[in-house]
Design a protein around this ligand. Structure first.
Ligand SMILES: Nc1ncnc2c1ncn2[C@@H]1O[C@H](COP(=O)(O)OP(=O)(O)OP(=O)(O)O)[C@@H](O)[C@H]1O
Length: 258
């Protein structure tokens, strides 16, 4: 195993009854690279992320983190190992300030809960981690603003900060640009370009321009199957990919016409 592979799946499958949400997927994710995952609706992208962060157990197959098998571990152990995940829908506490949102996440790194018995030292560490995470995404000026009051784009940035506050080495990001305008997406693209110099990032995203711009490796899933993994150019020119997407577009057009 090349030593820059930080996360690996081997013949990973998730079946629900007769539904093969993901079937026999073997992938390697490298340190300091952004690995895009795309595919038509229902391809299995979120299912893959859910298994990579431990919240869903595979039906069969294995997941390795730095060569050690982890798919049998509890989800909190994935967090402790530095595997952090953001969600498709904004997952923040709207009534809490930005710094409090990050502190709640950072707390997971230090293993405690907010309570009267947390030491002053660990409170300081939590506060520092939260401040650092906010600064990483460029939201330090929003530190004391209630999360509900910042813009939608900033809320998505905050969600990335909340993952960063858990001190990850791997970021699993589920559609961080969903619902954003061009300018806001551009801000996230620049942020991810910077973050991928430090972290392994697995990015599920429907915005193809963003995925093409950001991905070092790109995987296409279709109907639970692995279609191809390669560079952006390799993937773009692959006839199977065009077919998977054109097929999907034709179906959409037929539905709209009906
Ligand atoms: N809890 C579940 N029970 C049964 N089937 C499920 C469950 N979760 C997902 N599926 C099915 O698994 C398949 C893959 O779903 P998944 O959400 O991973 O796709 P996706 O590529 O993320 O789709 P989208 O782009 O629409 O978010 C779909 O057919 C979906 O209906």
């Amino acid at each position: 195993m090349a030593n820059d592979i930080v996360l690996e799946t081997e013949a990973l499958s998730k079946h629900w009854g007769g539904i093969k949400a993901l079937n026999d997927i073997s992938l390697q994710f490298h340190d300091r690279q952004l690995h895009g995952v795309v595919g038509p609706n229902g391809a299995g992208k979120s299912t893959l992320l859910n298994m990579l962060c431990g919240s869903l157990k595979p039906t069969s197959g294995c997941i390795f983190h730095k060569g050690e098998r982890i798919d049998t571990l509890k989800p909190w152990k994935f967090v402790r190992r530095g595997i952090g995940r953001s969600f498709q829908k904004t997952n923040i506490y709207p009534e809490a300030t930005c710094i409090e949102n990050c502190a709640i996440s950072a707390q997971r790194r230090f293993g405690g809960n907010f309570n009267l018995f947390v030491s002053r030292h660990s409170n300081k560490l939590v506060r520092k981690a939260a401040e650092q995470a906010l600064a990483q995404v460029g939201l330090e000026s929003r530190s004391d603003t209630v999360a509900a009051e910042i813009s939608y784009g900033e809320q998505r940035q905050l969600e990335i900060a909340m993952v960063l506050a858990t001190d990850p080495c791997i970021l699993l990001l589920d559609e961080p640009m969903a619902g954003m305008g061009h300018e806001e997406s551009q801000r996230i693209i620049e942020l991810l370009k910077e973050l991928k110099q430090t972290y392994c990032i697995v990015l599920v995203e429907h915005d193809m321009d963003a995925i093409f711009e950001l991905s070092d490796q790109l995987t296409v899933l279709d109907n639970g199957r692995h279609l191809i993994t390669g560079t952006v150019d390799e993937v773009r020119n692959d006839p199977r990919v065009k077919e998977a997407y054109l097929g999907a577009e034709e179906d959409d057009a037929e539905e709209e016409a009906a």
